[in-house]
Design a protein around this ligand. Structure first.
Ligand code: DLL
Length: 452
């Protein structure tokens, strides 16, 4: 039997969608609003009372938690920025004493000092519940075997997925990332049915399995992959689905707010359901900071509703998304955000045109001659920024005929020009030239500051 979902992917390793907490996931809108309001009042009070940063921030705009009467009052509260978290290093944004934190995660980011986030035992349980919903929506339950190939450690991927596995009672294979051949062997020998890792790593696992002589789509039991932590184009998703014989759902999260599980796609693959019992999502115009209408793109802002140790009010994520309008056929009522189209700080300006790497990824996904591995190299030539896109051909593409390579290069340049209005140099490289990633892929290499 097959699952027929909105992308038309036919997966003969059938699974039936389940609900981990149906009473919450299918809660009526009014009830969700009521719950959010009640929790918003509590979290505002918790922040005001226990975190001097928030007391000052609220006081500076003349806001008091008892002024909250409706969810709209959220807009009167100040935003929290990543810099505020950095300035609070290490524990100044904790609302409980560090001795009451059961675990600490930290993200170094690419610039600046680390942001530290603590979790009480209850926070970890809530986080586990959010990830457990993702396991259930790909058909998982207490009898599932889940291979976790996200990195374990201060990064939230590995332990976040692990916590979800514990909550639902699955058998967890805590591989962490790396050691890819062993990863493949375990996937086969343990009969894992769910794989959790980044999309880049899922692709590397699939390619390695094929190189090792397996046909994972048929030889392996794995039927679903819960992939996140980085953008994944539709083309790349389909390639992973085809090679591994799985259905891929996109999971989103960020260390500051909670790890993976803040939102997750269902089998309809049309937007990620936000765990609205734990978070309020807002989409704001990044320039005016005013909320945009549902359906319009903007910066994602989250308020945590249940976190005891590191609650956050109106945290500006820098991620760009929008609210998907309408009801979802899966029956979940929690609102959906679109897949992240980019981060405002990832945006490239190519000769005056704004473009996100994910848009470039989408364009090259339309060429069957190239793989989904690519890299964007930024250099400077005089006063101008120079952008070179490196794309890698599939093994079947013959590198012997210069004319074919030039033709492919011309077509990709033309497609980027007509789709995104950008002029970039395209360099076609042979299979395996671009570095593989066991975690988040490094898509943009910025050599401008190095003066190269
Ligand atoms: O990446 C948490 C996570 C782990 C999410 C495993 C999903 C799976 P950070 O390292 O703090 O946390 O990075 C957070 O990664 O602001 C987004 O820019 C990006 N990101 C996370 N999930 C997705 C996704 C984890 N599904 C930053 N699609 C976020 C696109 C994502 N980008």
């Amino acid at each position: 039997m097959s699952i027929d979902n909105s992308t038309g992917i036919m997966n003969d390793k059938c699974w039936e969608e389940k609900y981990y907490q149906p009473e919450i996931e299918k809660m009526g809108r009014e009830e969700i609003d009521r719950l959010q309001l009640q929790r918003l009042k509590a979290v505002a009070e918790h922040c005001y009372r226990n975190i001097p940063f928030y007391r000052q921030a609220f006081d500076s705009v003349g806001f008091k938690p008892e002024m909250i009467e409706s969810l709209h009052d959220l807009q009167k509260m100040p935003f929290t920025l990543k810099q505020d978290m950095r300035d609070a290093y290490p524990f100044k944004l904790f609302a409980v004493d560090v001795s009451n934190a059961a675990r600490i995660h930290a993200s170094s980011g690419t610039t600046g000092s680390a942001t530290v986030v603590g979790y009480t035992t209850a926070d970890l349980e809530n986080w586990g519940d959010c990830f457990a919903r993702a396991i259930a929506l790909v058909g998982g339950d207490g009898s599932s075997i889940m291979q976790v190939a996200y990195g374990y450690g201060l990064f939230t991927g590995g332990l976040g997925a692990h916590e979800g596995g514990i909550r639902i009672g699955a058998t967890i294979i805590p591989m962490s990332s790396g050691n890819t051949k062993r990863q493949v062997q375990m996937l086969k020998d343990m009969g894992s049915d769910i794989l959790a890792c980044t999309p880049s790593y899922a692709m590397l696992i699939a390619d390695t399995a094929i190189e090792m002589g397996f046909d994972p789509a048929n030889d392996f039991k794995v039927s679903a992959a819960i992939l996140g932590a980085e953008p994944c184009s539709e083309g790349m998703r389909q390639e992973i689905e085809r090679k591994l014989g799985v259905t891929v759902v996109d999971i989103y999260g960020l260390s500051e707010v909670m790890g993976p599980g803040v939102s997750c796609e269902c089998r309809y693959q049309n937007g990620l359901h936000v765990a609205e019992d734990h978070f309020i999502i807002e989409i704001v115009d990044p320039d005016t900071l005013e909320p945009v209408a549902d359906g319009e793109w903007g910066e994602v802002v989250f308020t945590t509703l249940t976190k005891e140790c590191s609650p956050l009010i109106r945290y500006r994520t820098r991620d760009i998304s929008r609210i998907i309008l309408g009801e979802c056929a899966c029956g979940r009522t929690h609102r959906r955000m679109d897949r992240i189209s980019g981060r405002s700080d990832d945006m490239l300006i190519v000769r005056g045109v704004n473009v996100f790497p994910s848009q470039i990824q989408q364009v090259i996904a339309g060429f069957s001659e190239v793989t989904s591995y690519y890299q964007i190299i930024l250099t400077s030539k005089g006063p101008l920024d120079q952008v070179t896109l490196m794309v890698e051909t599939v093994p079947e593409f013959s590198f012997d005929e210069v004319r074919r390579i030039e033709d492919l290069q011309r077509r990709i340049v033309a497609e980027l020009k007509s789709n995104l209005q950008i002029s970039v140099d395209v360099k076609i490289v042979e299979p395996k030239s671009i570095e593989r990633s066991e975690g988040k892929a490094k898509r943009v290499i910025d050599l401008r500051k190095a003066g190269e």
